[in-house]
Design a protein around this ligand. Structure first.
Ligand SMILES: Nc1ncnc2c1ncn2[C@@H]1O[C@H](COP(=O)(O)OP(=O)(O)OP(=O)(O)O)[C@@H](O)[C@H]1O
Ligand SMILES: [Mg+2]
Length: 408
């Protein structure tokens, strides 16, 4: 076996801390997942740390489980963060190439990226992540790598994620208090997309829909890059609430029924199949048919995809996804969800499968791990390294501010 490095990814979801440990073979670049851990966490709300001690505990538990399975220990974590405090948008940077030979050098590419990040931010906001979508040289768009080309004007279109500094710092605090260091911070939505959306789909135009516990993430890819990301405040917890309300039971029992017997289409159920559950008092036994359970689930899942469809229309990408829709997140485990999505979105839909990742199928194929797996893949892809928030020095915001201060 060639030289390899061990990396761990931590995804802070709305209700769980999820960790995967993987090994990258430095010779062939292959990533193999060795172990995973997932611990419920009451210290998080919508991806934001609201209780540091609870978050710290969940992080420790998830890492312990992953370490035991991987038979490796880790200290550094690649951290995927999310939450409604993160905003994303497209921006453009441009510079003149003043050198006499007009050959674009790597520092010009760095400078045009700095220029693209020159945005006004309040003191509690900072750039978390920037992805270069497209370069243009002398107004010729579609240039993948401008370095070495000749031109007098270089521009770049970027997709930027801006986050709240205090939320970021609280995540780092919880990680440090759990005894780990934060190797890097990555916007979770970017990481999961890179792991599940194939290059051909990105070129053609495709959407990724990640349905978690409290949130649904939408990401659109076109012309090879991410173009739009949006977080919707809906997810699997709403489905469990509907079941709890409809069957007059607790949220926990409802969640359990959904995960064990949940289907999204009544056609996938047998009308005579009955399941037993406990009522709100936790003692009286009740029964429901899997068909009735599916009716409750189907109507909420349809509503989730109707919101996704509305968002697609608003974003102007509704007609730009011939590559179809890729589903992930815990709710994508509901049987028949791809069929419901196809009916509502009127396009082809398939369940996400991590591309180019080896490892136990019960981890690699389980969508609750897809963001954490994506973190490992993203770390090793290269492009992000020059574009993410710097943990070891000034944040990009500080750098951009300094750069602006120098030229004003
Ligand atoms: N087998 C299953 N069938 C149906 N739903 C499931 C299954 N397993 C998990 N879920 C649901 O998936 C949701 C959690 O998904 P996930 O782990 O992707 O969320 P998260 O990342 O913690 O949350 P978020 O993305 O909102 O921050 C919960 O509502 C859970 O009940
Ligand atoms: Mg999630």
């Amino acid at each position: 076996m060639g030289k390899s490095i061990i990396t761990a990814g931590l995804d802070m979801g709305s209700s769980h801390a999820v960790v995967v440990i993987g090994r990258k073979n430095e010779e062939n670049g292959e990533i193999t997942i060795l172990g995973a851990g997932r611990a419920p966490c009451r210290g998080l709300k919508g991806g934001v740390v609201v209780n540091i001690p609870e978050s710290k505990l969940a992080i420790s538990r998830a890492v312990e489980q992953a370490e035991a399975q991987a038979k490796e220990t880790v200290e550094d974590l690649l951290v995927g963060i999310r939450g409604s405090h993160i905003e994303t948008f497209n921006h453009r940077g441009a510079i003149a190439i003043s050198r006499t030979d007009k050959e674009i050098a790597s520092e010009d590419v760095e400078n045009v990226m700095v220029n693209a990040k020159a945005i006004q931010l309040s003191s509690d906001r900072e750039i978390l992540h920037t992805v270069a979508q497209d370069y243009s040289v002398d107004k010729q768009a579609g240039v993948e790598d401008p370095e070495g080309m000749e031109g007098s004007h270089l521009a770049v279109d970027v997709h930027i994620a801006v986050a709240s500094s205090s939320h970021i710092n609280n995540v780092i605090k919880a990680i440090n208090q759990a005894g780990f260091t934060c190797e890097d911070l990555i916007y979770g939505a970017f990481a999961v997309g890179d792991c599940l959306v194939a290059n051909e789909e990105k070129d053609l135009g495709a959407a990724l829909v990640d349905i978690g516990g409290q949130t649904t993430y939408l990401s659109f890819y076109a012309d090879g890059s991410i173009r739009y990301t949006k977080e919707l405040p809906i997810g699997g917890e709403l489905i469990s609430r509907d079941i709890a309300y409809g069957l007059k039971t607790t949220f926990a029992f409802a969640d359990d029924l959904k995960e064990k017997y949940g289907r999204c289409l009544t056609g996938l159920t047998d009308p005579n199949e009955m399941i037993e559950f406990l009522a709100v008092d936790g003692r009286s036994k009740k029964q429901v048919s899997t068909r009735v359970l599916a009716e409750i689930i189907q109507s909420r899942v349809e509503e989730i995809f109707e919101m996704v469809a509305q968002e697609l229309q608003k974003s102007n990408y509704a007609d730009a996804i011939p590559g179809g829709v890729i589903l992930t997140g815990g709710c994508s485990k509901l049987l028949g969800i791809d069929k419901v999505a196809e009916q509502v979105l009127q396009t082809n839909v398939h369940l996400g499968c991590p591309i180019g990742i080896e490892g136990p199928p019960e981890i690699v194929m389980d969508p609750v791990y897809s963001t954490a797996i994506g973190l490992l893949k993203y770390k090793h892809e290269g492009e992000w390294a020059s574009t993410h928030r710097s943990l070891n020095g000034d944040s990009f915001f500080t750098k951009v501010k300094n750069w602006l201060d120098n030229i004003i």
